[in-house]
Design a protein around this ligand. Structure first.
Ligand SMILES: Cc1cc2nc3c(=O)[nH]c(=O)nc-3n(C[C@H](O)[C@H](O)[C@H](O)COP(=O)(O)O)c2cc1C
Ligand code: SF4
Length: 443
């Protein structure tokens, strides 16, 4: 670490090792933290310090994006700054992934922390425009929060609140840029220059996930050293996780990177008795066995060492009452319906995968068709304008490996009794375009 202008925090900051950070002071059933309470809890941002020192501080913090790709935040800021013109900052609160709830929770409960992050980015990079791109159900409350900030003169540029349409892909980076420009919120097919150089109206554009901006707001207050007091060298700080499948329903929790996942999830060595597998990273993520899960730490590096990804911080535990192949088939049908339908891999590849998986889960499927799943997945990977088909391929390939014995059983004897069980994996956004498909015939 090279910066000399470290922000040294002596008073007022929460203890650096204390958890939670982003969720500090939020009660399980409470409402939104208003501006007065927010300023009491966190103090106001020092925008003069931010303008001069936040960028190198972020460099030292090692903060990575929380929108799914874990891309280093400072590197993104460097490219935007290097483009040399006043950029646009987009707060991406679309959260199209049905198994994720953390961005909605932050925006609904502690909106000013996220907006502080956007304000800090706008001040540090000299932005000319700020946009909060959020789903309809959050937009009125966010508009009110933005109005309160304007009255207090807290933001360096006025923030517009624009609606992110429902759907899995409307939060993809170029889809968000298109949505902000009033076009259909689908990924751009041809990107001449990266969005960081040429995004909204041809201007350099910084797109960050809502959670990422909330972490930026804390680095802007307490500095890199404070931030690094939790987490690991390569994965510093904390992250929000949306965990579903446990009794009591989905929860959003915060934990330090590097913590053993068994500890974060409260799982004992006998967790295989309760769960048959786990999905990491959501519907573009990876299935892992419970034994693999119990051996992982909470970090993208640890997940990648098992060819998995944490994505936007999503863990779904699958109980034994569910038919994993029915769950997988339903998600693939949903993902096929959610594609923008503008590239071959989605139009043809996902449709073919959908057909094979529907047959495998709910009817009878030939061994040859099932054996072709790997080939179909390989064909769609890396060939779309966005990573949507790659995510589905990862989801399906890992499911076939983790649930190999169920695949063999369905091939041998047809659908099991559990195919009729209600879906454990959640869906939202557009409704499934084609319901059901092949009737379930339990064996
Ligand atoms: C299909 C698809 C959907 C995505 N949806 C979202 C989303 O809803 N919200 C989000 O923040 N990022 C989403 N992303 C990631 C964005 O493209 C982008 O990387 C992210 O907003 C950058 O934020 P970060 O640097 O803070 O991680 C999606 C990516 C893909 C491929
Ligand atoms: S790959 Fe699929 S989701 Fe992505 S832009 Fe093409 S059709 Fe749309």
């Amino acid at each position: 670490m090279t910066t000399t202008m470290h922000r040294e925090v002596t008073s007022g900051a929460p203890h650096p090792a204390a958890l939670p950070r982003l969720l500090r002071g939020l009660r399980p059933e409470g409402g939104a933290v208003g501006l007065g309470e927010h300023l009491e809890r966190w103090g106001a941002l020092d925008l003069r310090w931010v303008r001069h020192h936040l960028q190198p501080e972020l460099e030292d913090s090692g903060l990575r994006g929380h929108g799914g790709a874990a891309f280093p935040v400072a590197a993104k800021w460097r490219s935007v700054a290097a483009a040399g013109r006043r950029p646009t900052v987009i707060l991406n609160g679309a959260e199209g992934e049905p198994a994720s709830a953390k961005d909605a929770l932050l925006l609904a409960r502690t909106p000013h922390l996220v907006l502080d992050g956007a304000a800090a980015a706008a001040a540090a990079l000299g932005a000319g425009r700020g946009v909060a791109y959020v789903p309809r159900h959050l937009s009125d409350a966010l508009l009110a929060a933005v109005g309160a900030r304007q009255r207090h003169g807290l933001d360096p540029v006025p923030v517009e609140v624009l609606e992110a349409p429902p759907g899995f892909i409307s939060g993809q980076e170029s889809a968000a840029v298109n949505g902000v420009q009033g076009r259909p919120a689908v990924p751009s097919f041809i990107e001449i220059r990266p969005i960081r150089e040429r995004g909204v109206d041809g201007r350099p554009t910084l797109v960050h996930n809502a959670e990422t901006l909330a972490h930026v707001a804390l680095v802007a207050r307490y500095g890199a050293r404070w931030f690094r007091a939790l987490g690991t060298e390569r994965n510093p700080g904390t992250t929000l996780l949306t965990v579903s499948g446990r009794p009591g329903g989905p929860v959003v929790q915060e934990a330090a990177f590097g913590t053993p996942l068994r500890e974060v999830l409260g799982l004992g060595p006998d967790a295989t008795r309760s769960y048959q597998g786990a999905l990491l990273g959501g519907y573009g993520g990876t299935w892992v066995t419970i034994d693999t899960l119990l051996g992982l730490d909470l970090s993208e590096d640890s997940a990648r060492s098992s060819s998995a990804t944490l994505g936007a911080g999503i863990v779904v535990l699958l109980g034994h009452d569910a038919c994993p192949l029915a769950e997988v088939a339903r998600v693939v049908r949903y993902m096929e319906g959610e594609s923008a339908g503008q590239c071959g891999p989605c139009v043809h590849g996902l449709a073919a995968l959908d057909e094979v998986l529907q047959g495998l889960a709910f009817a009878r499927q030939s061994r040859a068709n099932v054996e072709a799943i790997g080939e179909l997945c390989a064909l769609v990977e890396g060939r779309g304008a966005c990573r949507h088909p790659d995510g589905v391929a990862r989801f399906v390939t890992s499911a076939c490996a983790v649930f190999a014995s169920e695949v063999a059983a369905h091939l041998r004897s047809g659908p099991c009794r559990r195919v009729g069980a209600p879906s454990e994996l959640p869906f939202r956004g557009r409704v499934l375009r084609r319901q059901g498909g092949v009737a379930a015939r339990p064996r």
